[in-house]
Design a protein around this ligand. Structure first.
Ligand SMILES: C[S@@+](CC[C@H](N)C(=O)[O-])C[C@H]1O[C@@H](n2cnc3c(N)ncnc32)[C@H](O)[C@@H]1O
Length: 194
């Protein structure tokens, strides 16, 4: 079987995100580089929400390889930074390649990350297949921005994330819009707070 990491890395070097989303969204080993491969329509949806909600950049928490973040920037023009938990995993030889420069934090949030979360009200905070509810709450606590994007499986997909795209945010967050990734039961949910 084709090695997805090699194939995606080669397309990344050519700047060819469209072939990545078209050819690898259903690959059996896609989770090695990314849990959800949005469609071109999904990227447009994200770009429209950014305009409607007056956001300038995206900060992605638990970005993994950063492939999604790189593709969002290529597809929409919005700059996306990524944060990951520092750990031996990222330095071991089995770690996935990284497609953006990643900002590492300790499990307990570094001061620099807290400063970043409080730096601008025009940052959208993104969680894609995030799996750490207590950390999600801590990031939101320190976040001064007004837009939250959650990408993950809806009920019925049989996969659990924390937060889920629907039902895991407090009342101050209001659903602006959402879109399914094809018919995958994965959703992109965009929230704002007044
Ligand atoms: C299931 S993976 C999803 C990775 C990527 N967003 C994707 O969709 O492919 C969840 C990621 O969240 C990261 N994570 C867990 N707790 C975190 C925390 N407190 N801060 C930042 N990242 C965290 C994990 O290291 C892991 O890479």
């Amino acid at each position: 079987m084709e090695d997805i990491v090699e194939a995606v890395t080669s397309l990344y070097k050519q700047g060819d995100w469209k072939t990545i989303v078209a050819n690898y969204r259903s690959h059996p080993q896609r989770n090695k580089v990314l849990w959800v491969f949005p469609t071109e329509e999904n990227f447009e949806f994200i770009a429209n929400c950014m305009v409607q909600l007056n956001c300038e950049t995206i900060l992605s928490i638990g970005c993994g390889s950063g492939l999604l973040e790189w593709m969002i920037t290529e597809a929409t023009g919005y700059h996306v930074s990524g944060i990951e938990v520092d750990g031996a995993w990222w330095r071991c030889k089995y770690a996935p390649p990284t497609f953006i420069p990643i900002i590492f934090t300790a499990q307990k949030l570094d001061e620099a990350i807290i400063t970043l979360l409080g730096s601008s009200s025009q940052i959208a905070l993104l969680f894609c297949y995030f799996n750490n509810g207590p950390a999600f709450k801590e990031y939101l606590d320190k976040f001064v921005g007004k837009v939250l994007i959650i990408i993950g499986p809806a009920d019925g997909k049989g996969v659990h994330t924390d937060p889920r795209p629907f039902g895991d945010v407090s009342e101050e967050w209001i659903l602006h819009d959402s879109q399914e990734v094809e018919t995958s039961k994965d959703y992109i949910a965009v929230y704002y707070r007044k």
